[in-house]
Design a protein around this ligand. Structure first.
Ligand SMILES: [Zn+2]
Length: 305
């Protein structure tokens, strides 16, 4: 029987170099063209056939020499819109983009597994599918691949994510839900201009937005039993009349509910606050969003002119 750990150690330096090469050339979600070509080239040199199931999604198929089931190994491909300031020798050469989430490691790990398995294909029972998924940080990279049939005939999927909280050489597992899904929405707070000395004649959008932030952060407290985090990532303020917040609601991934567009044009009128869902791809549940926004809106009734 193959000692895969020993075999992995034997190629560790080589795969480390692969990871660093990927790290040098990060690409944002759905734009992983160079990355996809690099992966395809790597897989083909191992004798693994590849296909694209979306523009940048690569699927490699390794058919073993013995009958058996089909397992899939999955890695995400996209990087984050961050400027690397690590100063490391293999730092990003793509300004403003960085593999800061570790997806370069994931790709190198799956390519390493492909290498070990391809070298033993004659004795491999069943087949192995290598899934390289674009747009993990955005919306729908996985679902678009699944819709394109990448899981047809697959019996099990294995994936992992690096974590800086777990020491190198160790792995963590848990049953059930693990990572959260993220939903984004913009909130536009509209005020009414007035002379600074006559606040009573205006609606102070900036003050309203400032009060909303702790209220948004505290929202999950109102939903005991739900694992939910609200983060306000961006606030743009200071323009006359309008202040925008861009919060993130991170919730456990579930199917997107129907009718979620309600929030897009909630018809609240009066121009005090408008909740707008910019991307509502996955959501824990619409009621929670609605309740959250309702709380928000109630909270700001006092700012109505
Ligand atoms: Zn990640």
């Amino acid at each position: 029987m193959t000692d895969y750990l020993a075999a992995a150690r034997a190629v560790a330096d080589e795969m480390c170099a692969v990871r660093r090469e990927i790290h040098r050339h990060p690409e944002l979600g759905n734009r992983e063209f160079r990355t996809a070509a690099f992966i395809e080239d790597h897989l083909r040199r191992l004798g693994i056939e590849t296909r694209r199931v979306t523009e940048t999604a690569v699927v490699g198929t390794l058919t073993g020499g013995r009958p058996g089931r089909c397992a899939a190994l999955r890695a995400d491909m996209d990087a984050l819109p961050l400027t690397e300031a690590t100063g490391c020798a293999f730092a990003s050469e793509n300004p403003g983009v960085m593999h800061a989430c570790g997806h370069d490691v994931h790709m190198a790990a799956v390519l390493g597994a492909a290498r070990l398995l391809a070298g033993r294909r004659d004795t491999l029972p069943g087949s192995v599918i290598f899934l390289f998924q674009p747009d993990e940080e955005g919306y729908g990279g996985a679902e678009r691949m699944i819709r394109a049939g990448c899981l047809d005939g697959v019996d099990a999927v294995f994936g992992a994510h690096v974590s800086s909280t777990i020491a190198a050489g160790r792995a963590g597992v848990r049953f059930g839900k693990f990572y959260a899904a993220a939903n984004l929405f913009d909130v536009t707070v509209k005020g009414r201009s007035a002379h600074g000395a006559e606040r009573e004649n205006g609606v102070d959008a900036l003050a309203a937005a400032a009060e909303m932030i702790p209220a948004l952060i505290a929202l999950p407290d109102s939903f005991p039993g739900e694992r939910c985090v609200v983060t306000v990532g961006t606030i743009t303020a200071g323009e006359p009349r309008v202040t925008e917040l861009r919060p993130t609601v991170a919730q456990q991934r579930q199917p997107a509910p129907a009718g979620c567009q309600i929030l897009s044009d909630s018809g609240l009128g009066a121009g005090v606050i408008v909740g707008k869902v910019t991307e509502f791809y996955t959501s824990h549940s619409l009621p929670h969003y609605l309740e959250s926004l309702q709380k928000l809106l109630c909270y700001h009734q006092k700012f109505r002119p």
